[in-house]
Design a protein around this ligand. Structure first.
Ligand SMILES: Nc1ncnc2c1ncn2[C@@H]1O[C@H](COP(=O)(O)OP(=O)(O)OP(=O)(O)O)[C@@H](O)[C@H]1O
Ligand SMILES: [Mg+2]
Length: 399
């Protein structure tokens, strides 16, 4: 009898190099981002002259190329510096995985001193070791990607930027990246002014830009002639309509390619992309939900739970609508859940901020009640299937 892997092993594929179309791959060419690349390059060039670069705050919606552009420019900077023996050192930290001041400092220190172990040492000690390194006349550039995930960010930024005052030679510059457009409001004014010495906004891509990005990518990721024009057009159109997000576009083509492969088709077309849409949408939502702060997950959980329990709402006009919730009842439900878990409950002001952010991520919709309801209140509706969101958060909280 054949081994069960035989068929998979010998299966023909339309991919030339599947890796090149996964979200982990940082493309070498980044069309439509020349101006952004130039701007970051201009700011960081100071480090090559032995001066501290301005700190940069980069923001824009998800999938607009913030990480790719920053990684690309940093790579070029470090290659150039090492080729010319200029003491510039860069460090990339994804704050999703290193989400506190202490964790960020440990990550940086470990990269700078690979042979030493810092776990267990105080934050002050680790911080001093990092500053020591700069004291030797080095320019350090720290990229803090997904910076909004750092719990005690004010302290981290204050510490890292303050060090420059005491450094005679050498310096520390920070590039902070976030897709949370409201995150700046949360910062202490002092942190805000030091982090945002320079600000860069990454706008969403439109359908024709996404089409070109996909065309370019498909030539390196797929075998020649295996991607139908209709596949690229539909993937670009879906991604442009949803969010202008290049990651969604790339993922659509990846999953569509896999769908084509499993049915041994020699070509990927628009039908495959439309099938891929559901899979990709779920992957993206799951990813988004799982990185929300825990209390925000609980707010979303309360919304999902109430959406499932609540009877359709009757308007004065006689119409009914399903899944419409009042902001106040969600907050009450959230408080109940949070207290049940013996967690510290967030204030109503923070709750409103969390609601604004959930809406920005497209996870919920909200409107003020206007006509048809008694009084004026904020109405909220979940953007996705309630039971899926509820199950997902239950798993997150258990894990
Ligand atoms: N200009 C571009 N050209 C080619 N591919 C791009 C471009 N911009 C983004 N991409 C693709 O989209 C994916 C997402 O981009 P990137 O990770 O840089 O987004 P981001 O802005 O950092 O998003 P997030 O806020 O979710 O972290 C990348 O892996 C890359 O494949
Ligand atoms: Mg990113």
């Amino acid at each position: 009898m054949d081994n069960i892997f035989e068929k998979e092993f010998t299966r023909d594929t339309i991919f030339l190099d599947r890796n090149l179309i996964t979200p982990h791959y940082t493309p070498k060419v980044l069309p439509f981002r020349d101006a952004h690349i130039k701007q970051v390059t201009g700011i960081l060039a100071n480090t090559l002259k032995g001066q501290k670069a301005d700190n940069i705050f980069i923001y824009g919606k998800t999938g607009t190329g913030k990480t790719s552009v920053t990684k690309h420019v940093m790579e070029q900077l470090l290659n150039f510096a090492s080729g010319k023996n200029i003491p510039v050192l860069g460090n990339y930290v994804n704050c999703r995985n290193h989400n506190s001041k202490y964790r960020v400092l440990i990550k940086i220190a470990k990269d700078i001193y690979p042979e030493e172990n810092f776990l267990g040492f105080s934050a002050a000690f680790v911080y001093e070791k990092i500053v020591d390194f700069a004291r030797k006349g080095k320019q350090l550039v720290f990229v803090l990607d997904e910076i909004d995930k750092v719990k005690d960010l004010d302290e981290l930024i204050y510490g890292l930027t303050r060090s420059n005052d005491e450094l005679q030679t050498g310096g520390i510059s920070i590039i902070g990246i976030s897709n949370n457009l409201m995150f700046k409001d949360r910062l202490d004014p002092r942190t805000k002014s030091s982090l945002c010495e320079q600000e860069l906004v990454f706008p969403p891509y439109n359908a024709s830009e996404l089409t070109e990005i996909l065309q370019q990518r498909s030539t390196i990721a797929f075998k020649p002639g295996t991607v139908d024009v209709s596949a690229i057009n539909v993937a670009a159109a879906i991604a442009a309509q949803e969010s202008g997000d290049a990651r969604t576009a790339v993922m659509l083509l990846l999953r569509a390619g896999e769908i084509a492969d499993t049915k041994d088709s020699k070509i990927v077309n628009d039908v495959d992309v439309k099938k891929a849409k559901k899979i990709v949408e779920e992957e993206i939502i799951f990813n988004m939900v799982s990185t929300l702060p825990e209390q925000q997950q609980l707010v979303l959980y309360a919304i999902a739970k109430l959406s499932l329990e609540k009877k359709p709402m009757q308007k004065i006009t006689g119409e009914t609508e399903e899944g419409i919730l009042f902001s106040g009842e969600i907050y009450d439900e959230y408080c109940k859940i949070s207290k049940g878990l013996k967690e510290t409950t967030i204030s109503a002001r923070w709750y409103r901020q969390y609601i604004n952010e959930l809406e920005m991520y497209g996870l919920i919709y909200s409107t003020t009640s206007g006509k048809g309801f008694k009084g004026q209140t904020r109405l909220i509706k979940l953007g996705f299937e309630a039971h899926k969101i509820k199950n997902l958060i239950e798993r997150e909280l258990a894990g």
